[in-house]
Design a protein around this ligand. Structure first.
Ligand SMILES: [Fe+2]
Length: 246
């Protein structure tokens, strides 16, 4: 099943993801085996590390990554810049100043929160970003227990949020409560994107098979396509729009 990854830490030496170019290549080989045909790379961004220099460094690393993919594996991989942003009240301003990145220079931003963040703060972050013209995507929603309460994903979607889950969380075992919750949300069509959130070639590799097998048995083809690549393509279709509006 061809897929586009919109949440991954494959660039080397920039965050807690890939440690070096060799590991990046190993991760890429694994991702290609899982049929990934494009990526939006999302190193961590926060108020602590936001800077125009870091943004430039990400863009340079992407160029090197593309060259590495072509020279070592002979593929022309479509790769786009992005960040997984730890939300703060300063996020909007830092984006405006070009010190943080949206996804593929589109209006979409990938947001994460500190564990234990109250629901009211997540909700107001969504509203704040949405009213400023961004489209907030909540990264790995399964991690936030406050979002497991009935109706909260619906409410956030209503407020303008998009929802991302990790393949590995969906693919968890039958007795795993998180996997059960993820599957329920997928059946309710409350999820827009699946991402690998890969950090390395070991524990946090780009494994998608378990999730895919379950989806093929339980979801319709059209929705699966949207989850694994269709909605990510919409982000790419929107690329450049933030740059143009500046
Ligand atoms: Fe991540």
């Amino acid at each position: 099943m061809k897929k586009i990854d919109m949440h991954c830490h494959i660039l080397p030496g920039i965050d807690d993801g890939s440690a070096n170019p060799k590991e990046t290549l190993t991760m890429l080989r694994m991702a290609l085996k899982q049929d990934f045909v494009g990526m939006i790379v999302t190193p961590h961004g926060s108020v602590q590390n936001a800077s125009t220099e870091r943004v430039e460094e990400i863009r340079i690393l992407i160029k090197k990554f593309r060259i590495q993919a072509y020279q070592r594996l002979g593929i022309r991989l479509p790769v786009f810049p992005g960040q997984e942003i730890m939300y703060s009240v300063d996020t909007r301003q830092l984006l405006k100043e070009g010190k943080l990145l949206t996804l593929a220079d589109s209006r979409y931003i990938l947001l994460e929160f500190m564990p234990g963040t109250p629901y009211s703060k997540i909700y107001s972050a969504v509203r704040q970003m949405q009213t400023t013209g961004y489209i907030p995507i909540l990264a790995h929603v399964e991690r936030y227990h406050v979002l497991h309460e009935e109706g909260r994903l619906d409410e956030l979607i209503e407020a303008g949020a998009r929802i991302q889950m990790n393949y590995s969380s969906v693919g968890g075992s039958w007795n795993n409560n998180t996997a059960q919750w993820c599957k329920k949300q997928l059946k309710n069509r409350c999820v827009h994107y699946l991402g690998t959130d890969m950090h390395n070639s070991g524990e946090r590799s780009p494994e998608t098979e378990h999730a895919e097998k379950w989806m093929q048995k339980n979801l319709d083809e059209e929705y699966i396509w949207a989850l694994v690549q269709g909605n990510a393509r919409r982000i790419l279709d929107d690329r450049g729009s933030m740059r143009k509006s500046k």
